[in-house]
Design a protein around this ligand. Sequence first.
Ligand code: NAP
Length: 324
Amino acid sequence: MRAAVRARWGKPEKVVEIDDVSKPKLEDDTVLVRVKAVSVNRADYYMTVAPGILLRPMIGGFLKPKMRQLGTDFAGVVEAVGKSVSGYQPGDEVFGAKTPAFCEFVAARMFVHKPANVSFEEAAAVPVSALTALQALRDHGKLEAGQRVLVNGASGAVGTYAVQVAKALGASTVTAVCSPRNVEQARRLGADRVVDYTKEDFTRSGDRYDVIVDIGGTHPWRHLRRVLTPNGTLVMVGSQRRNNPLIGPLGYIFRTALASRLSKQKATFFIAKFNKPDMETLRELLESGKIKSVIERVYPFPEIADALQYMGEGHARANLVVTF
Ligand SMILES: NC(=O)c1ccc[n+]([C@@H]2O[C@H](COP(=O)([O-])OP(=O)(O)OC[C@H]3O[C@@H](n4cnc5c(N)ncnc54)[C@H](OP(=O)(O)O)[C@@H]3O)[C@@H](O)[C@H]2O)c1
């Protein structure tokens, strides 16, 4: 089967190619899925270029990647069902997460039914980004109905879901921070207020938020805490701007978490974790129309390196999807 592979770290257009690899084997607790669409996450870009040289052993190989294949998010059609899997049959449409996923078939454990009102492309965009948004707000921000939320980086993959999930969880107001070309999109997704970061610094607004989901990582803690309520929480999801060539965003994350220990306001970082109940929650949110996937570009599979390259430029509008 065809798969996107890379044998060394480097820019996607230089190192990513399509190769023939063996089809995964069906195991008792998996379903074999013919992949229809995958989405390209920022993590896939990082798994290609390996920024932060000292982090390379953590992401899989110091000198070169140990695993050649890439990808996590997929949507497709079940071809075969393992003996111990119940509730699924060949022909079912599913979406989920499996590493590697940038290939024609996956044998997956983490998947749920795709709602009929959602396309394969829209479903493939969901797993990593929407799960991150859900866990950031509900589990780490401990968002309660009626609270005020700000999403910094509201136009990217995680951010577009974070705006919608905050509304679905009952936030009283959601403020979205993004670039001018994405202001209208943020409003359409339900943001009550949109800050164009090229015109206004949200940390000087005088407003206060119970939960800040920081996907941009653009401001230091001493500025962010000005706009947190006295018991508010900053949830650090990622960092676009504060990446160090040796340790990526880790320095910024540790500094922020440490500084916040002296204060009642909290700063926390997390790595999203897949689990079936949360995948079911996302399926329900999609089915009910409470969240929708925004897709900027759809690429045919042979052009997957272009999708990774565009993701790396840092201003993709929400999701990039690749179809087979
Ligand atoms: N912790 C976790 O488990 C987890 C999971 C998923 C992702 N992440 C991390 O989260 C980050 C974002 O991921 P993503 O998939 O959403 O990436 P993305 O789709 O590339 O989105 C990033 C967004 O940041 C915005 N941005 C750039 N400069 C900005 C600024 N100065 N102020 C505010 N926003 C700015 C861009 O929007 P404009 O074009 O409007 O500027 C872009 O849409 C990455 O660092 C990723 O590694 C972490």
